[in-house]
Write a protein that binds this ligand. Structure first.
Ligand code: SAM
Length: 276
């Protein structure tokens, strides 16, 4: 449940396209948030009509994010670069990381103005957290942005998160994009990945979902195979249990095969080992 301020939509008027459905706001709708407009709700409902499993996908993905950040915090990581961070909702990266270490630093990056202004408002009193509006397809711009370069110390380990984002951005070589962020990181750093895959969704459901996406600001979503997703994290040493359906990544309780399939995506956490 959202509480207090989180109910308010904080946006800078004029900055927001109210006519085109947006994945950040649709995702917020699937997760039960309040930061969406009529056009987003309509597209979200159209998506659910063709692919009812989408709500499960969103919840399972978000829960994975929480477990991954908790595990990295336990391992001593206290700096996070969250690429495509979305609209703040329950279990944000900084909430989890700062539970473990109140001084943990989190740089959120998203292209969507509602996500960015909503987050900036919520985080205005948290000096260890920044929000940057940027396109993650431009790693140099992201890494040199004041909210990132001014907050994170890249001579120390940083966890880079690409959770449910590499599957919606149109980019020729996603592995090279991951590598660009990896090159900025020192040994001991980490990478958190989740990516859509057609596990339980039928061809008809996926085709229908793609149709709905065509009218959104991210018209080219892409599922990949387990092997293709593995290539995206090939530069990292994956921690147990490796690349698995998201629900099966260090679950808090046993997960059936049926529930695992409802992940409709794979997830992994990798660490950057010393090159020596
Ligand atoms: N990472 C969060 C999570 O998994 O809970 C949110 C995932 S949401 C499905 C995808 C997010 O990526 C949206 O907030 C969207 O605005 C953002 N996004 C899409 N394309 C982007 C881009 N080119 N640069 C930065 N963010 C982008």
């Amino acid at each position: 449940e959202h509480s207090g301020d989180e109910h308010q939509l904080r946006i800078d008027p004029g900055e927001v396209d109210l006519d085109t459905p947006n994945i950040a706001r649709m995702y917020d709708y699937f997760l039960g948030g309040a930061a969406h407009f009529a056009v987003d709700r309509q597209a979200a409902e159209e998506l659910l009509a063709v692919f009812p499993g989408n709500t499960d996908w969103a919840r399972i993905n978000r829960a994975f994010l929480g477990r991954a950040v908790r595990e990295l915090s336990r391992r001593g990581i206290d700096q996070f670069l969250d690429l495509g961070s979305g609209i703040p909702t329950k279990g944000n990266v900084h909430e989890i990381a700062q539970q473990h270490d109140p001084h943990a630093r989190v740089a959120y990056v998203d292209i969507e103005p509602v996500a960015v202004s909503h987050a900036s408002h919520l985080l205005r009193e948290n000096s260890h957290v920044t929000v940057t509006q940027a396109d993650i397809r431009e790693p140099e711009a992201v890494l040199s942005a004041p909210g990132v370069a001014g907050l994170l110390d890249f001579t120390r380990p940083v966890a880079v998160l690409a959770v449910a984002v590499l599957d919606i951005i149109a980019v020729d070589d996603p592995a090279e994009l991951v590598a660009a962020y990896q090159r900025a990181c020192t040994p001991g750093s980490a990478f958190v990945l989740s990516h859509g895959a057609q596990l339980q969704a039928s061809d008809v459901e996926w085709a229908g979902a793609k149709e709905v996406f065509r009218e959104t600001t991210t018209p080219h979503p892409q599922v990949r195979t387990c092997g293709e997703i593995a290539e995206l994290c090939a530069g990292y040493t994956l921690i147990e249990p490796g690349l698995v359906p998201s629900a099966q990544w260090r679950p808090e309780r046993p997960v059936s095969e049926e529930e695992a399939a409802r992940s409709n995506g794979y997830a992994a956490v990798g660490v950057l080992e010393d090159a020596r």
